[in-house]
Design a protein around this ligand. Structure first.
Ligand SMILES: C[S@@+](CC[C@H](N)C(=O)[O-])C[C@H]1O[C@@H](n2cnc3c(N)ncnc32)[C@H](O)[C@@H]1O
Length: 206
């Protein structure tokens, strides 16, 4: 896709987000992923890692309905939603104290972990890509802690060094794994979405 088309597409999703009152264009990525892979369903508890400004959380809130719960974490403050089943946590999800707060808020396990987290870009492509892999590794560790047996996960990751190993690790932990780019994601960007279903926790069922 050429530069003009890319910009045009970006603009189109921006306008659509505004019209439909979504906080970010990213909302459409989760909507498209969920339509195809049925990651989140009514009544689920969802943990959203790297959630600001809240576009994914907003979609998750719609999907889980009143009986579900969305716990959203970001380094930046997330403006709360009117729904009572939304909890925002300002913190670094790689820090133990944040994980503790997630556990406290959830009071049990989550059916779904979603992460659109991206490192603050330094402009050095290789460094940013490695940081993205680090974040993705942490997301997997958090799954070990808070995700229910047979739960689902979707996360964004930048392809490059460490990506094949990461995928291997995801395949070890989940029954089915797909990698995909939703139509609203720019074709040229190195970002990839890993959709994993059926979490297997070292023989445990909960
Ligand atoms: C692309 S944005 C997420 C957009 C969001 N999905 C939406 O739809 O509005 C990536 C976010 O990851 C967050 N992030 C990166 N590293 C983080 C960390 N260690 N802990 C918490 N949040 C982090 C950034 O602050 C940023 O807000």
């Amino acid at each position: 896709m050429n530069q003009w088309n890319q910009e045009h597409k970006k603009e189109e999703y921006y306008k659509k987000a505004k019209q439909q009152d979504y906080r970010s264009r990213a909302s459409f990525k989760l909507l498209q992923l969920n339509r195809k892979y049925k990651i989140i369903k009514n009544g689920d508890s969802v943990v959203d890692l790297g959630a600001a400004p809240g576009g994914w959380s907003q979609v998750a809130l719609e999907l889980v309905g009143e009986d579900g719960l969305v716990v959203a974490v970001d380094l930046n403050w997330i403006k709360p939603f009117p729904e009572e089943n939304f909890w925002g946590i300002k913190g670094d999800f790689t820090a133990e104290e944040t994980l503790e707060e997630i556990r406290r808020t959830l009071q049990g396990k989550a059916q779904v972990v979603i992460s659109d987290a991206a490192p603050k870009l330094s402009g050095i492509k290789d460094l940013d890509q490695l940081r993205s892999i680090d974040l993705a590794q942490t997301v997997l560790l958090i799954c070990d802690d808070v995700l229910k047996y047979k739960g689902n996960m979707v996360m964004k990751v930048f392809q490059g060094e460490g990506y094949p190993e990461l995928l291997k690790e995801v395949k070890r932990k989940f029954q089915t794994v797909r990698t995909t780019k939703p139509p609203s994601s720019r074709k040229k960007s190195g970002e990839m979405y890993v959709v994993a279903r059926g979490f297997q926790r070292a023989g445990k069922q909960d």
